[in-house]
Design a protein. Structure first.
Length: 766
């Protein structure tokens, strides 16, 4: 099979609704700082994947008010799904022997002009434009990418690669958008009729795609800045106006973009005002339920069970109506409701497991919703907060699942799909609830270890290993006197989004933990790692793009994808009669990195667990280096009471750091890497690294207070140098200097990582 076919097939397996390929020549007119070739100078192709909004989520979302988005909040899940697809496809391409740079779905952009780049709200590359480059879409009057199949009801993700792939044909301008102007008519901020500065022209090969050059500050009034759309919007909107209005009125909530809601291609557009004020999309296929095979529903409901759901419970609309529950209030014409659920092991606390389980169930509901609509039956999944109209229905039906045997007195993660597809009333379980832990595990020392390792690799782990508690405890005993008396500063922000920092600072004393602190009765620690992609580290912050977004994306996607994989490993342990607890920082010695998705465990996290699992050795900067990836991996640990076979230790390679003139030390903007050497022993081997001043490291990495830590590449002008002693007052004063808008989505790319020769692939195995 040709590489292009392999890549496309893999993208569809990841859940893409559409996949297209464009060559880099189609991007030759793009500004270097906002182009695939600017981010990755060796690029030859872009791969663009699309996932679609379920029609009912659009048609029923935002019906009462654009800022009461209801089922449209599925878009937040879609962004996460796209992020997963981007990361996983890039890994697939790397495994084929090619370089790849995956791009984030959203929320990393330059709000203001940056050097020669005159665009505002500029992402690293525009997925809207790349969808056109890859032959998936044309640009509509609204500036959105419109596909012939779904109009504006798609979101896109881009992976840049040096693989030379045959491009797909372009869609000529005017093919999809018929200039019906419903987007302009219904725009609540008048972004398509006021403050228009001529036209934008997207030139790709023989075509020119033209659309209004709108004021993006006006466009973002409700959709990005959450300002109340019922306020009187000034005739001129700019950054200063946004800041003034936020200070005066606060924020309401995000907006469901009406340009998306009202956009349906003419050939598949029709209306039913009794159902929605929005145009409806005509489905390409509709099943006749009178002749439809029962296998269709059987297979549909079996799939989520095979992918991790533990309960699938369905009710008919008639059955629920007799109990006083009207599905039609959420979705007119609804015939059925289906709940998918999974239970946490007894004693589970909030943390990575809960995140992974929640994402997995939501993702399975999204897939089920799309499957129903592919058969021609409108469907929606419930999502969003308690203020949304469908939240009460979800609460009632998911409560019924939590009362089932095996779910009582446990944290349960559940979500709901309401569909016009008739689904018979039924209850399905993944395993017999009365026989937990009775699966035949074979030899508990060897087969169970291999079972977990094989599962972790199948789920996407790049590194797997087992650390015995003797090594974990050995390291903890040595670390305790090293960190004794050390304190760190935790900063919280009492202000709202898009308002200046209002910091509250607390001091916390460091404490070293070991495996039994996470799980009494622990016997082993299973450790797995996820790669940072090589070309991302090679080009991060470098000209011509000077982009930091791809690196920041790697920071958070590996963290949350690690939680998703970890959740599935813990559930496997549970099915085999063992307990497991996911920890992002087993020894409790590490910190966090600023991120647009909230603070993330830093790249030091679980380095000592990885060392004890035999992955590699410690570098001068304290990062763990492995033969396969150098220092570019994220490590996640699962503490378990299973007696797993320990992995062999790896001998240190001390001379690898001696040859690079301590570039990490020189690169650190806050001089956090000291000259104090720390010596450790583990499993009969000696290791060493330089001590990190935690407060100085947090200054740049956790709080993004110095530009060279990465934030300046997104336009932050803050460059606050720390004093010799960092006090609570000093940290608070520095945080108040952050830009009120940019501070909400900070980015960091650690110079100590980017300057390390072990971050570049050709030196990893040297």
């Amino acid at each position: 099979m040709h590489l292009k076919d392999l890549i496309k097939n893999h993208a569809y397996e990841l859940g893409a609704d559409l996949v297209g390929v464009g060559d880099i020549g189609r991007c030759r007119h793009a500004p270097p700082m906002m182009s695939p070739q600017g981010l990755y100078p060796g690029a030859k192709s872009v791969i663009v994947m699309a996932v679609r909004h379920p029609d009912a989520c659009i048609e029923r979302g935002g019906e009462r008010h654009p800022q009461e988005i209801g089922p449209y909040s599925v878009q937040y899940l879609m962004n996460s799904r796209l992020d997963e697809m981007s990361y996983r496809l890039a890994t697939f391409i790397e495994k084929q022997g090619h370089g790849a740079v995956p791009i984030v779905s959203s929320n990393i952009w330059r709000y203001n002009e940056y050097k020669d780049l005159k665009a505002v709200f500029a992402p690293d590359v525009s997925h809207i434009y790349m969808a056109v480059v890859a032959g998936l879409a044309e640009i509509g009057f609204s500036g959105l990418a419109l596909t012939p199949e779904y109009g504006a009801r798609n979101r896109f993700i881009t992976v840049i690669t040096d693989a030379e792939l045959e491009p797909d044909p372009l869609i000529p301008p005017g093919t999809v958008c018929d200039r019906c102007m419903l987007c302009r008519k219904h725009c609540p901020s008048d972004a398509l009729s006021k403050e228009i500065d001529g036209e934008k022209v997207l030139r790709i090969d023989p075509y020119e795609y033209r659309f209004p050059n709108k004021n993006l500050w006006r466009c973002a009034w409700g959709e990005h800045f959450d300002l109340d759309l019922d306020l009187k919007i000034p005739e001129k909107v700019d950054e200063a106006v946004i800041l003034r209005e936020v200070a005066a009125h606060g924020i309401r909530s995000g907006e469901m973009g009406q340009c998306l809601k009202f956009c349906v291609p003419k050939g598949v557009r029709h209306f039913d005002p009794t159902y929605s004020k929005t145009p409806l999309r005509t489905h390409w296929a509709t099943c006749n339920t009178a002749t439809m095979s029962r296998a269709v529903v059987d297979r549909m409901l079996a799939r989520p069970l095979a992918r991790g759901a533990e309960a699938v419970v369905a009710w008919t609309a008639d059955e629920l109506r007799a109990q006083g529950i009207d599905l039609a209030a959420v979705l007119p014409g609804a015939q059925s409701a289906v709940v998918l659920a999974v239970a946490a092991p007894a004693g589970t606390r909030e943390g990575p497991f809960c995140f992974g389980a929640s994402y997995q169930i939501d993702s399975l509901c999204y897939d089920l919703t799309r499957q129903c609509e592919e058969l021609g039956f409108r469907s929606l999944m419930t999502s969003g907060g308690p203020s949304h109209p469908e939240a009460e229905l979800r609460a009632k039906l998911t409560k019924r699942v939590t009362d089932l045997p095996g779910f009582c007195d446990r944290i349960v993660f559940a979500n709901l799909v309401v569909t016009c597809l008739p689904v018979p009333s039924q209850q399905r379980r993944s395993v017999p609830a009365a026989r937990p832990g009775m699966t035949d595990a074979g030899d508990a020392t060897n087969n169970l270890t291999a079972n977990l390792c094989d599962l972790a690799r199948s789920l996407g782990a790049d590194l797997v290993g087992v650390a015995p508690l003797t090594r974990i405890d050995e390291l903890a005993a040595q670390l305790r006197p090293i960190v004794a008396g050390e304190t760190v500063l935790d900063a919280g922000d009492r202000s709202i989004r898009f308002a200046p920092w209002d910091p509250v600072i607390t001091e916390r004393e460091c404490a070293v933990r070991t495996a039994v602190d996470h799980l009494p009765g622990a016997r082993s620690v299973f450790v797995f790692g996820l790669r940072y992609h090589a070309e991302v580290l090679r080009w991060a912050t470098k000209p011509p793009a000077e982009a930091v977004g791809p690196y920041a994306f790697q920071t958070y996607v590996t963290n949350w994808l690690g939680a998703v994989i970890g959740y599935q490993l813990v559930k496997r342990l549970e099915s085999l009669g063992h307990a497991g607890v996911i920890t992002m920082d087993l020894h409790g010695t590490e910190s966090y990195t600023a991120s647009p998705r909230g603070s993330q465990p830093d790249l030091f996290s679980n380095r000592f667990a990885g060392l004890a699992a035999g992955f590699g050795y410690l570098t001068t900067s304290g990062h763990l280096a492995t033969p396969a990836f150098g220092i570019r991996q994220r490590l996640i640990a699962i503490v378990t009471d299973a007696p797993l076979a320990p992995s062999p230790m790896r001998a240190p390679a001390a001379m690898r750091c001696a040859a690079c003139d301590q570039r990490c030390i020189a690169a650190c903007p806050s001089h956090a890497i000291t000259n104090r050497r720390v010596a450790l022993t583990c499993g009969g081997h000696s290791f060493g690294f330089n001590r990190i001043d935690a407060r100085r490291c947090d200054w740049v990495k956790r709080y993004a207070l110095m530009g060279d830590s990465g934030f300046r590449y997104l336009g932050s002008k803050l460059d606050a140098k720390p004093d010799a002693t960092i006090t609570e007052q000093a940290l608070a004063d520095a945080l108040r200097q952050h830009d009120a808008i940019k501070k909400y989505r900070p980015v960091v790319a650690e110079p100590c990582v980017l300057r390390c020769p072990l971050a570049t692939p050709e030196l990893t195995r040297a």
